[in-house]
Design a protein around this ligand. Structure first.
Ligand SMILES: Nc1ncnc2c1ncn2[C@@H]1O[C@H](COP(=O)(O)OP(=O)(O)O)[C@@H](O)[C@H]1O
Ligand SMILES: [Mg+2]
Length: 320
């Protein structure tokens, strides 16, 4: 990102984690630059949360090494935790307490100096759009507000590294947009962000994305490069009924390199869409498939993901 010659904000080398015989994380390596937003993308069970817990010093790795700001997590987990703001997958606000009481509580947990806490809380309330709601009990807040409050709590100690584990799951699209605006503001101030998601559209807001499957990083690049590289050809969206027979016919047609269902259409990969699409439509009509429509489309990260790991990310239906 910047031309800073300094050490990366996060560096992970050959990280492995076994639970008994099961390898949840295998040989994971990556580095995140200061002010960069790195997205973790992958289906449920891929190992995203495990890498995040290892990074925060909440789990001990079986192998490998992690540094945050050059500090070894294994050697000094306390020092690392002081530098990290962490929102866990089920972020833990106290629903019986008010907005203000939650902020005061987490300020204490994170050791925010007494003389700074008042101003930090005001900043957090402003950032979260909760000014005027300090006395509202958290259980009365809508999901998007809780999420912004949780972020406010996680940054009270002004961490240089922010680690967010699926912060937007179960939150409405408008609140998600707003949340991402906050993340970009923080990154612009030099905060390094590692965020996991299974919303493909959100991965597009990241500087780089790590696709994670079965405990391994299968791709790590900018969203644009991943989209481009994963697909050796051009993509068309094919509509027709019935959908099942459409998919079968496309998979059996030699010019089609790959075909997968997206919503109520099929995405088919061709070497050259302009040459092959008209013949494709005629072929499908000849196979008794009705209402055929073929249109060239730009690949999304979801397309790249399906091509690379052979299935869709769970819960990614919002992107379809
Ligand atoms: N404490 C644990 N003990 C045993 N298995 C675990 C434990 N934590 C996670 N796993 C397993 O490791 C795999 C990765 O889990 P997780 O990191 O939570 O995936 P993700 O966050 O990508 O959904 C899953 O198969 C999960 O069941
Ligand atoms: Mg998880």
């Amino acid at each position: 990102m910047s031309a800073m010659p300094s050490i990366p904000a996060i560096e992970v080398q050959a990280l492995g984690k076994r639970f008994g015989d099961f390898a949840a994380v295998s040989n994971v390596s990556f580095a995140v630059e200061r002010g960069e937003i790195l997205g973790f993308l992958g289906p449920n069970g891929a190992g995203k949360s495990t890498v995040i817990r290892l990074l925060c010093g909440l789990l001990r790795p079986t192998s490998g090494r992690i540094t945050v700001d050059g500090i070894d997590v294994g050697r000094d987990p306390e020092a690392v935790r002081r530098r990290i703001g962490y929102m866990s997958q089920k972020f833990s606000l106290y629903s019986d307490l008010s907005v203000l009481e939650n902020l005061q509580f987490f300020g204490g947990v994170y050791g925010v100096p007494r003389q700074a806490i008042g101003e930090r809380i005001q900043d957090a309330l402003r950032m979260a759009g909760l000014a005027g709601h300090a006395d509202t009990p958290v259980h009365a807040l809508a999901g998007g507000w809780k999420q912004r409050l949780a972020l406010g709590c996680a940054i009270l100690h002004r961490p240089r590294v922010l680690v967010l584990d699926e912060p937007t799951s179960g939150v409405d699209p408008l609140s998600r947009r707003r949340f991402w605006d906050l993340i970009h503001d923080l990154a612009a101030d030099g905060v390094t962000v590692l965020v996991s998601t299974h919303h493909m559209d959100e991965a597009e807001y990241c500087n780089r994305v790590a696709l994670i499957d079965r405990g391994r990083i299968v791709a790590l690049d900018t969203p644009a490069n991943i989209r481009r590289r994963a697909l050796d050809g051009e993509l068309v969206e094919v509509r027709g009924t019935p959908l099942g027979r459409l998919l079968e016919a496309l998979a059996a047609y030699p010019p089609v390199r790959d075909a997968a269902v997206f919503g109520n259409a099929v995405h088919a990969l061709l070497a050259r869409a302009a040459d092959e699409a008209p013949a494709l439509a005629a072929y499908l009509a000849g196979r008794g498939i009705g209402e055929v429509a073929v249109a060239r489309i730009e690949p999304t990260l979801e397309d790249a993901f399906v091509r690379m790991i052979g299935r869709q990310a769970q819960g990614a239906g919002g992107a379809a």
